[in-house]
Design a protein. Sequence first.
Length: 379
Amino acid sequence: MKLLHFSNKSNGTSVSVKRRELLADFANQNFFEYTPLSEESQRNCENSRGVSIPTALVTGATGFVGSHTAELLLDRGFDVRCLVRRTRSDIGWLEGKKVEIIRASYYDVDTLRTAVQDSEYIFHIAGVTKAKRQREYREGNVLATKNLLVAAESSSHLKKFCFISSLAAVGPSSDGTPLTEESPCHPITSYGVSKLEAETVCQLHSARIPIVVLRPPAVYGPRDTDLLEMFRLVRHGIKPIIGSREKEVSLIYGPELARAIVDATLSESTKGETYFVSDPKAYRLSDALDLLAGMMGKNGFHVNIPGTILYSLAGIAEFISAFRSKPAALNIEKARDFLQKHWVSSPRKLEAHTGFRTRVSLEDGLRNTLEWYKDSGWL
């Protein structure tokens, strides 16, 4: 966030303004003109007032969780830079936001060094969640993380590097007991394996870089596209149950995850630690669907989808995707993921270390998401 220097034409007085939103008010007055302060003058002014504006670099900020994180950082007074792939033509949810866009490649360490320069906090949220080949997961999640960490080592101002992993890196609970950070890792998909490998890369760099790793479960909320189809099915009175009717899942609301990401990164207690982050309790998927149906005024009916049918559909979708540029939303590995009975984890360690606890109930989160889908014309 840059300070602006305003000069009064009539009497020669001047003032420096820190908040960007004041720009329009000053500019609209006839007797003011403004010019940006040089970087040196800005630093001198900040130092003289004892004010330091923290700088954050966010990857994946064009997407669901990343955009909520970038907005929260702006609300907390950060100077926010967003790393956007050179191949991306638009800036997604960042359009109109007061952030600095940095175009770079995750496979070019030199451009990454330029991107991370002077960043005090790095939030690495970008990742590959859908791919046709295992190699694509490794490139997007492991190699990209490794290169960003190598680049981050050149930043003398870095205070914390936050890596967003996934519950998938550990795998499902075998008996319904919520997983803890001491639970053994047994990922069951290529995506989960790549996230676990990326965590290992973080550990290898932790002696030189202060790092915190977060493992969220399924995330829902405004701007999410992954669970949108579920909302559409419920709107038509269909409540799909994949596998067991007793299926349990940990969940977290997108803006709440953003708050956890920022709080954990800024905390002095999280250096070198790994945390699960979710609502305090797990939910039966059938209960969540019933809750959502009630909000829509639908009675509906549960549709049980057996594993054999799901695997057949996944195989067909995966075969068709081989002839298309984009990966299928459903494939064999995703089917295996869906059929697990217990995707549950415990957030107690994070609460104990930072005091973080989710504030938005499942009911309120689903209602907020439903209203956002409607207002945005998605539903």
